[in-house]
Design a protein around this ligand. Sequence first.
Ligand code: RFL
Ligand code: PHB
Length: 394
Amino acid sequence: MRTRVAIIGSGPAGLLLSQLLDLAGIESVIVERQSADHVKSRIRAGILESASVDLLRRAGVADRLDRAAIEHRGIYLQWPGRRQHLDFTELTGQAVYVYGQTELTADLMAVREKAGQLAFYEATDVAVHDADTDRPSITFVDATGAARRVDAEVVVGCDGYHGPSKQAIPVGLRQTVERAYPFAWLGVLAQVPPSTDELIYAWHPNGFALHSMRSEQVSRFYLQVDPSERIEDWSDDRIWDELSTRLALDGWTLRTGPILEKSVLPMRSFVTTPMRHGRLFLAGDAAHIVPPTGAKGLNLAIADVAVLAPALTALLRDGSTGPADAYSDTALRRVWRSTHFSWWMTTMLHRHGDDFDAQLQLSQLRRVIDSPSAARELAENYAGLPIAGGEDRG
Ligand code: RFL
Ligand code: PHB
């Protein structure tokens, strides 16, 4: 079969790109390894920047988001004995929004289905061919076991960190930089109303803890653990004990409740460049991973697509190559800003090293709270990056 844009991966990057192309009158086909139900049920990100929300509104997929998302003015930073609010709205004029990636994915899938756009779920052996020609294609085996081929004008790899797309860029042309962190997150979803109005990022001698949320009834928590930690060793009681210890503050209690899901998540920084080879473009986690401490991964995927969709529209509608040629450099400026911010938040908040490192971390945390310019620096990076670029303002 033939289409204009073949998209590999049905995460937020692939789905949103497909929707933006559809609005520009450009047909696309999505090929995804997992089932639609699996994709919809994956628990992941929870925070959207206002620039991301604006784009989702422009894409016509924000009706439910506008009703259900919880607006947050800022976050709390905490270390033993002190919990301090950082007001992004006061510092930058921007807010952030709590809206689960599962909800966003469901919204994007629904709009695509309504528009009657084609997607192949449960596809195996997906491979990219002829990326350096004007007639790239992808091949795969569909859910019924039939071999298929999609010829396109452009292929976009939105297939996440483990996907095959980036391998289609020849090794000699591809550069990868990576940082592994000596800790992981234990993520917990619990059927309990949040014990806080906004997110709490807590430094603690036992390790970092984060109190996040999904709704008025559902809370999300993370604990810094060793990457080799086995989830079987974390009973629900042990999880609640450790969260209560690390998030403790005089006069405040953590509500507990049934744990719905728990898993250990590795943390890494990773960037592959360039994000384009001929008629193959990469977007989202396929090209870059950040540790989740800055709540940036989903927002970066959205920002890539915000740059890529108009570039592909110009290329495919008018034959104008300028924006497509600029895509990788434009996207990477924001990627590197977010990579630095995510690394900085991670390094400041997670226990690592010795007592010297701990004192530096505490000094940095006090500085962020006590100095308006240090506070604004954090707030701008967390809530207020412009959608294209990211270093242009700073
Ligand atoms: P996704 O969502 O990983 O989607 C990629 C899709 O590609 C499919 N795929 C393939 N399809 C076909 N053939 C193959 N061979 C394939 N291999 C893979 C996959 O099945 C999948 O459906 O990437 P995308 O679209 O780039 O979106 C990126 C975001 O999902 C990710 O960056 C965020 O979830 C990161 N993240 C957060 N980001 C934020 O902005 N704010 C947050 O608060 C936040 N919290 C988080 C996070 C990520 C987390 N985890 C699980 C690492 C919290 C956590 C715990
Ligand atoms: C989440 O709610 O999943 C979440 C929130 C903030 C982060 C990371 C994850 O920094």
